[in-house]
Design a binder for this molecule. Structure first.
Ligand code: ZN
Length: 492
């Protein structure tokens, strides 16, 4: 995630009196015996995730009608999972939406709601190791997450559709699942939207009209056609597209963006499929420039970080009233502030660091943000801006920057999980490491990290062990003063 240089004004369309879901209500306690745990026990996102199973695949059939305020979403989620213990009930994460039916292995299952938990009791107990399918039929209008610390994210209505950016806890506002990055899975999205709108998700489009094609509200030049477009639109009220994510994805990186978009598809000079989309009302971002920049930066990061981890790259700029961008897998999403070059460099670096190599627990978020910030500095230097050393020195000279020096980025606490220390001191940690072990070893460490944990999960302890192994340095004190101690490091 990256904050925009200029934060968008807060929207007045959200009910601020409504408490943010999740942290305010304690999750139900895990039931002893043969129930899956009601959370993964991550203190940064209390209640998120569940125990007892490992999701393999999400198949989401979503009918999205942004104009229907009562029921913007009508969904059928089919979740394929493997039981990691014997159990007669388990939880999915899902907030607010109405659940009409739950089936497990095609048999009706009992279900109840407790806060953001959907508790499912299959007709027959599940055996340890069994692969099972859960079907959830649900509907409603997802609520935007309004978090006192993290502010407003998740399902964000726009003038012509919806923008979806869910880090860290927004995914269960629009689909049921195991909403924690420690359980990654492949995805299929089948998205039906009113004719005239385009839906773009993660992964590759496998069915339906190409995005940007056949929109029902395009203005026809006079005399160009004897059949007005609206006739066709009336005959085909909906458009369905299917998107497939073949590589494992954390739930918070899932996105579905609906609206009107100018779309460019192609291949980067380095040979990576690319799709860039820009809402034409966002005047500060030209879709061809955006496509070219996404291609150029992706290809440069391949040279620096190793093979691109996913089937395609790109990005989506939407008219969303948010002040951040998020590294949604395959194609990051940017709000109406537009896609500034260093932010694009940041979000695309996340495809390696965050999306492919994902955190196991949120306290290790510097593994995402410190790395993406460092990539941002590298890009800035290449583009003729300050050098990486200057970026480091500027921050290091700010001796009274309490937000950075009082917060250890290796365990910043929930309140600072997206604070400046995680980004700036995280990036500084990498630069200090580079100076200590030398350029060649440093970039070998980054490439090896991306390779050894590709499509998986990792921890800071594993990164430290790798850095020690490849550099042949003892680095426990180095990482302790940079990541885990309060105060500005003075020697390392
Ligand atoms: Zn980021």
């Amino acid at each position: 995630m990256a904050l925009a240089a200029v934060s968008a004004a807060a929207s007045c369309s959200i009910d601020l009196d409504r408490p943010a879901e999740g942290p305010s209500a304690p999750p139900p306690a895990a039931v002893p015996g043969d129930a899956g745990a009601s959370s993964v026990g991550d203190p940064y996102t209390t209640g998120d995730g569940n125990g007892g199973y490992d999701v393999q695949h999400y198949d989401l059939k979503l009918r999205i009608d942004p104009g229907d305020s009562a029921k913007a979403l009508d969904g059928v989620a089919e979740i394929t999972a493997r039981a990691t213990q014997a159990m007669s009930r388990f939880d999915l994460d899902l907030s607010d939406l109405n659940v009409a039916e739950v089936r497990v292995d095609d048999a009706a299952a009992r279900h109840e709601r407790q806060g953001s938990e959907l508790i499912v009791s299959p007709a027959a107990p599940l055996k340890k190791g069994a692969t099972f399918k859960v079907l959830v039929r649900y509907s409603g209008t997802p609520k935007t997450v309004v978090d006192p610390i993290l502010q407003r994210y998740g399902w964000i209505p726009t003038r012509d559709g919806v923008f979806v950016a869910c880090q860290p806890s927004g995914a269960h506002s629009w689909f049921p699942g195991n909403d924690h990055p420690s359980d990654k899975a492949t995805f299929d999205f089948h998205i039906t939207v009113p004719n005239g709108l385009t839906a773009i998700a993660n992964g590759e489009q496998t069915e339906g009209p190409a995005p940007g094609d056949g929109e029902g509200d395009e203005i026809q030049p006079p005399g160009s056609s004897s059949t007005p477009r609206f006739t066709q639109a009336a005959a085909h009220a909906d458009t369905t597209t299917t998107w497939r994510v073949k590589e494992p994805m954390a739930t918070y990186l899932a996105t579905v963006n609906v609206g009107r978009f100018d779309v460019r598809k192609g291949t980067t000079p380095g040979g990576i499929p690319i799709l860039s989309a820009v809402d034409p009302t966002v005047f500060n971002t030209d879709v061809d420039d955006f496509q070219a920049k996404n291609a150029q930066i992706t290809d440069e990061w391949v040279k620096l970080f190793g093979p691109y981890p996913f089937s395609s790259t790109g990005g989506i700029v939407d008219d969303a009233d948010v002040g951040f961008a998020l590294e949604t897998q395959n194609r990051p999403v940017y709000g109406s502030f537009g896609a500034q070059e260093t932010i694009v460099a940041h979000e695309l670096a996340h495809q390696w660091f965050g999306d492919s190599v994902s955190v196991t627990r949120w306290k290790d978020i510097w593994l995402n943000e410190g790395f993406a910030t460092y990539a941002e500095w590298i890009w800035g230097e290449r583009a003729g801006g300050p050098t990486v050393q200057q970026e480091f020195d500027t921050r290091y000279r700010q001796t009274d920057n309490r937000e950075v020096w009082d917060v250890p980025p290796g365990n910043p606490g929930r309140g600072q999980m997206f604070g400046r220390s995680v980004y700036d001191r995280g990036g500084m940690t990498l630069h200090a490491l580079r100076r200590k072990v030398g350029d060649a070893t440093f970039f070998t460490i980054l490439r090896t990290w991306a390779k050894e944990h590709r499509h998986g999960n990792a921890t800071t302890a594993q990164f430290i062990a790798l850095a020690e192994r490849l550099s042949d340095h003892k680095l426990d004190r180095f990482f302790r003063v940079w990541l885990y101690e309060r105060g500005r490091p003075t020697s390392w």
